[in-house]
Design a protein around this ligand. Structure first.
Ligand SMILES: Nc1ncnc2c1ncn2[C@@H]1O[C@H](COP(=O)(O)OP(=O)(O)OP(=O)(O)O)[C@@H](O)[C@H]1O
Length: 280
C-alpha cells in the first residue's frame, strides 16, 4: 500500500522519475504505438527492445515530446510533460537520438556547451557554473583532448562520447538514449557502457533503446519489449530472459549459454531453427 507524506503526496509518486500511461501515436492514421505505459523510478535504468519497426524510437520521441502522443499522459518528476516549457523539460530530460549521419557544424567545446542551454540566460555569457558543468562532462567522458576539433573530424565512437558529454552537461536527471552503442566497435561499446554505468551510479535515470539483448539485460532494472507498437513484456531482467517471452517478442527462438569467463547468462539466436542453416 502507498504511504502518504505529511503533505499528502503519494510516496510512490515521489520516487517516480517518469511515468507514461496509455500512450498512443499514429502517423497518417496508422497506429505506431498503442496504449503503452511505463514507470521508471529514480536512478533506475530501463532498456527498450523489440524488432525493427516495433515503435521503440517513436516511444522515446513521445517521451521527449519530439512527437506529441495522440493519447495518454506523461509525467516527469511528478509534473505533466505537456505543461512544461521547453526549458523546464530540458532541465529534466536529455535525449540522444539515433546516429543518422548528420553532424552538426560545431567544435566539440561549442557543442558540449550547447547542452547547457536550459540553464543559460538569453544574451548572457556562460557562467562559471556552466563552464564547470562543461569541463566536468568532458572529463567524465574523456574528450578533453578533442575540445577544439570539429565534430565532423571525429570518428563515430568519439562523436558518440561528445553527444553523451553534451547530455551530461545538460545536468538533467533523466537520460533518453536511442541505440547509443550501435555502429560502435566492441571497445567503444564498452567505453560508452561504462559512461552510462557511471552516470547511473551518480543517480541519473535512463531509458535506452537497444537491439543488443545482452547489453539490455546487463545493468538494466527493467526491460520493456515492444512489437507492432504494443507492449509484449515489461518487468525485470529474469522475467525477460525466458524462451517464451523472447519468442513472443521476436517470433523466433533463442538459446541460453553461460559466459565462459564470468558465468553470466546470455541469449543467442537459435541458429538451428528453420532448417539448420547454422550447421558448418
Ligand atoms: N515519419 C514516418 N512516416 C511513416 N511511418 C513512420 C514514420 N516514422 C516511423 N514510421 C513507422 O513507424 C514504425 C515504428 O518506427 P520506429 O522507428 O519507432 O521503430 P523502431 O522500433 O525504433 O525500429 P528500428 O529498430 O528499426 O529502429 C515503423 O513501421 C516505421 O516505418
Amino acid at each position: 500500500m502507498s504511504e502518504r507524506s505529511a503533505r499528502g503526496i503519494l510516496f510512490a509518486d515521489i520516487c517516480e522519475m517518469i511515468k507514461a500511461q496509455n500512450l498512443s501515436y499514429r502517423i497518417e492514421g496508422k497506429p505506431i504505438l498503442e496504449s503503452v505505459s511505463l514507470v521508471l523510478g529514480r536512478g533506475e535504468r530501463m532498456s527498450v527492445v523489440g524488432p525493427n519497426g516495433a515503435g521503440k524510437s517513436t516511444l522515446l520521441k513521445c517521451l521527449a515530446r519530439i512527437y506529441q502522443a495522440a493519447e495518454g499522459e506523461i509525467e516527469i518528476d511528478g509534473r505533466k510533460q505537456r505543461a512544461l516549457s521547453q526549458r523546464e523539460l530540458a532541465k529534466l530530460m536529455s535525449y540522444i537520438p539515433q546516429a543518422d549521419g548528420f553532424v552538426p557544424p560545431y567544435t566539440v567545446a561549442q557543442f558540449v556547451l550547447m547542452g547547457r542551454y536550459p540553464h543559460l540566460s538569453p544574451f548572457s555569457t556562460p557562467s562559471a557554473e556552466d563552464r564547470e558543468a562543461v569541463d566536468r562532462a568532458m572529463s567524465w567522458t574523456g574528450i578533453e583532448e578533442f575540445s577544439a576539433r570539429r565534430l565532423d573530424s571525429l570518428s563515430g565512437g568519439e562523436r558518440q562520447k561528445v553527444f553523451i558529454a553534451a547530455a551530461f552537461a545538460q545536468d538533467a536527471p533523466l537520460l533518453l538514449l536511442d541505440e547509443p552503442t550501435t555502429f560502435l566497435d566492441p571497445k567503444h561499446q564498452d567505453e560508452v557502457r561504462e559512461l552510462l554505468v557511471a552516470a547511473q551510479a551518480r543517480g541519473t535515470s535512463m531509458i535506452a533503446v537497444t537491439h543488443d539483448l545482452n547489453e539490455a539485460v546487463l545493468g538494466s532494472d527493467k526491460i520493456l519489449a515492444l512489437n507492432h507498437g504494443r507492449e509484449v513484456y515489461q518487468g525485470d531482467v529474469a522475467g525477460f530472459m525466458q524462451a517464451e517471452v523472447l519468442q513472443a517478442v521476436y517470433g523466433k527462438s533463442f538459446v541460453f549459454v553461460d559466459h565462459p569467463q564470468n558465468g553470466r547468462r546470455m541469449m543467442l539466436p537459435n541458429v538451428m531453427e528453420g532448417g539448420g542453416c547454422g550447421e558448418k
